[in-house]
Design a protein around this ligand. Structure first.
Ligand SMILES: Cc1cc2nc3c(=O)[nH]c(=O)nc-3n(C[C@H](O)[C@H](O)[C@H](O)COP(=O)(O)OP(=O)(O)OC[C@H]3O[C@@H](n4cnc5c(N)ncnc54)[C@H](O)[C@@H]3O)c2cc1C
Ligand code: FES
Ligand code: FES
Length: 492
């Protein structure tokens, strides 16, 4: 088996690192090793965006530019990418168009947030997206500015990020694609010793072999949870196996009746196919963290972390998703709802890893709603999440699945409410009220710093009633921040 050191591109040259501590973050390497101090550290937990840098990678034959939080990204995760920082944008005395627009719009005061904001806008300028004020603010959800105010920053973005961007990155795109393709070979990366290492297997067989040999090793998806174990819990992770290079975990397949998402698919990549199932899933994904979090975080990581307030689990349980687990030479599939056994305790056997999620598509006559309740609209974890899939026949509920996050130690179904709803007429407000009144039979939520138990119960009840009323046909304009889009008829 061919092994090689960590390898990535930086300022036009290949960097190879034989030995590094597996818990080293990209930000530590940039600031302390390379001494590129333009990239700042603010919160060290993925929230403020001061540390934003861009990774260029080859994805399905195209060079893509992803903004990421260098503070919680581990150095080993840049394997195969080009690392672009604020120092790389200007050419001599000529500022990059994004930097010029920031100057012209007076979009910086103390300047601490500015490198991160410029890097987010640099990635946006290469995204090929059609921009308006809404999409720009969404792209900047992961960048906080505490003194300038966002209006001039948004003006700068609208000025500089529209249409094809002309910079040295676009001029050398083809050459970059070739170099990145050469880096993206079939070798396995392993840096360190048997006791302390960072490994990036290419094949699933080698991944399984590594997990079998090092059962205590930490599996790493995008690191948007694990990164905080390092920066906030100060955990001394000694053995890390990164899943980001295993191709078979990155698959997205749309079948007649289901969507398959590999566990390593990032939240950003998953968004279009989840959004095609139902517009509420699109909204949910847009509100998931920030662009930086979504371009790193994975579908599998969100499920495997077992958080009672993770966003995907309740939505996917309501849809009836099945989870596929792998272990050397074998796979096992279980309904997602059975995966969560108790608080942070999942049905994962020694040596198992998440392979994929199989998500049923919605059939004719089946309705779906998902509502995330959080203190901020974007870049915030749920206090409560309510998701419902409901099938109607002649105005009566003939099938229903409801799942909630934030209401118990695990994401869970509301089975008593489901029973109360079966056979009832959807158009009757008595049906909605009965559902709301039954909720305490299913959940006894906790008080914590995010929300009180009383608030959780009240908001879950109101949200459930709102979902039922919407499905019954009541107008939604007054109860939603943005109107619900129509569901597209066919998937994709
Ligand atoms: C600023 C910020 C905002 C956030 N916002 C949200 C939000 O809005 N909604 C939300 O739900 N979450 C949010 N999160 C939490 C986090 O981003 C998500 O849970 C994300 O999906 C985790 O995925 P990851 O790939 O980064 O996981 P990692 O950090 O890599 O791993 C998380 C856990 O899963 C395990 N793991 C990962 N992949 C696998 C696999 N294939 N098989 C077995 N185990 C695996 C790891 O060992 C670890 O225990 C946020 C986090 C931050 C820092
Ligand atoms: S330092 Fe705040 S997001 Fe990284
Ligand atoms: S310019 Fe000071 S924080 Fe943004």
């Amino acid at each position: 088996m061919t092994m090689r050191p960590l390898r990535f591109l930086r300022r036009g040259r290949l960097v190879e690192i034989d030995s590094f501590h597996p818990r080293t973050t990209l930000l530590e390497w940039l600031r302390l090793e390379e001494r590129s101090t333009g990239t700042k550290e603010g919160c060290a937990e993925g929230d403020c965006g001061a540390c934003t840098v861009v990774l260029a990678r080859l994805r399905r034959g195209q060079v893509v530019y992803h903004p990421v939080n260098a503070c919680i990204m581990l150095l080993g995760q840049v394997d195969g990418a080009e690392v672009i920082t604020i120092e790389d944008l200007a050419e001599g005395d000529s500022l990059h168009p994004v930097q010029s627009a920031m100057v012209e719009n007076h979009a910086s005061q103390c300047g601490f947030c500015t490198p991160g904001i410029v890097m987010s806008l640099f990635a946006l300028s290469h995204s090929g997206k059609m921009l308006d004020r809404g999409s720009v603010t969404q792209s900047l959800a992961g960048n906080l500015c505490r003194c300038t105010g966002y209006r001039p920053i948004v003006e700068a973005a609208l000025g500089a990020c529209q249409g094809p961007v002309h910079d040295r990155f676009s001029a050398t795109m083809q050459a970059s694609a070739q170099v990145l393709a050469a880096l993206d070979d079939d070798t396995n990366m392993f840096s360190g010793s048997e006791e302390v290492f960072f490994a990036a297997p290419r094949s699933e067989a080698f991944l399984a072999a590594l997990i079998e040999r090092y059962p205590e090793a930490t599996l790493l998806g995008g690191g948007t949870d694990v990164g905080l174990w390092v920066t906030k819990d100060l955990r001394d992770l000694k053995q890390i196996i990164w899943l980001g290079r295993v191709n078979s975990l990155q698959e997205i397949e749309v079948h007649q009746d289901r969507l398959l998402l590999g566990a390593g698919v990032t939240l950003e990549e998953a968004m279009p196919s989840l959004g095609a199932i139902d517009p509420d899933l699109q909204t949910l994904m847009q509100r998931f963290g920030s662009t930086q979090i979504r371009t790193s975080g994975t579908v599998g990581g969100n499920i495997a972390n077992g958080s009672p307030i993770g966003d995907l689990a309740p939505a996917l349980i309501a849809l009836g998703a099945v989870i596929e687990l792998g272990r050397s030479g074998e796979t096992r599939s279980i309904p997602l709802q059975d995966f969560f056994l108790a608080y942070r305790h999942q049905d994962r056997r020694t040596g198992e890893y998440l392979r994929a999620l199989h998500i049923p598509l919605l059939s004719e006559g089946t309705h779906f709603r998902a509502f995330k309740i959080s203190k901020r609209y974007e870049e915030d974890i749920s206090s409560v999440l309510v998701a419902i899939r409901l099938t109607l026949l002649d105005g009566h509920i003939v099938d229903v699945r409801i799942a909630c996050g934030g209401m118990a130690g695990t994401p869970r179904r509301a089975t008593h409410v489901e029973q109360a709803l079966l056979g009832q007429p959807i158009a009757s407000s008595v049906t909605w009220k009965t559902a709301g009144d039954t909720l305490p039979n299913d959940f006894a939520p906790m008080d914590d710093h995010r929300a009180s138990a009383k608030y959780r119960m009240q908001v879950a009840r109101a949200t459930l009633i709102k979902a039922l009323a919407e499905i019954a046909g009541l107008p939604t304009e007054n109860t939603r921040i943005y109107p619900r889009r129509e569901r597209v008829a066919a998937h994709g």
